[in-house]
Ligand binder design. Sequence first.
Ligand code: AMP
Length: 311
Amino acid sequence: MLKTNKNIPLAESLRSKRNDIEDSRKKPIQSKATLSNPQPTAEPKQWCLADFEVGKSLGKGNFGHVFLAKEKKSGFIVALKVLYKRQLATTNIEKQLRREVEIQGNLRHPNILRLYGYFHDDTRVFLILEYAAKGELFAELQIKKKFTEYEAAKYVAQMTNALLYLHSKRVIHRDIKPENLMLGLNGELKIGDFGWSVRTGKLDTRRGTLCGTLDYLPPEMVEGRSHDKNVDVWSLGVLLYELIVGDPPFESDGVEEITYTRIMKVDLHIPKYVSRDATDLITRLLRYSSSDRLSLKAVMHHPFIVKHIHP
Ligand code: AMP
């Protein structure tokens, strides 16, 4: 099981981020904790539930419940994710969680959700996460149905910068989709889930595991071939399409086989209302052969990004 980490300089990182959450702090956190406090730990540097004032629920996922919380000493607001050890064991995802914690805990980028640390008690594991004040991008997409091209370009540029950083650290995300993207206080995008991510030995190591979400899977993964960091470039293309059109490009009303076939054929239909520049970028990202896809650096210089981000 996960061991309590003694060496995470949380207070330091929390202090430097305090300005970012000034507004969210104006809302008083409920004084009654919704979780019971365990025995305080003997070592002050180890985090425990008693270090936090736990507030309202922020949401519930497949494996855990997320609460708004305040670190008592610094007053810093975080999101505390509570996972039950028994559930982790029965679903066999301990290894995945370890990998997620190890990878996300070492990343520092404005468009990647920080994992400040973790601790555990007899029954639960707690992840101390950066608070994404504006919630999930997916929820925003459901409300708006689709984004303007300007908004989509802004998100894609932020996503591209985050992916450039990840790939430079030899991390492939492998599960880019709106459900895994969070929004900070100023609407800035933050990659928030590293459950399928992997660290490669060398920059171009190719891997064979099938993972991620069907609508966002590239042909090489659907066909069971090995894959590399360019799986994230394909997913970026799917994301851009979904942000502008409202649905992912290879969707097929719940019939998975059709989606598989459409992905393998790159059966792409871009509506006429999508601008020429956006269409061009989507088609350069959604290429069957991973080596034919536009590089992330080139994405930042593509006219669709340049005209919206640096007009
Ligand atoms: P998850 O278990 O990661 O799927 O999270 C469940 C729900 O909690 C999500 O749908 C979000 O609405 C919310 N949530 C998770 N992490 C955060 C966070 N860091 N900041 C704000 N809300 C979050």
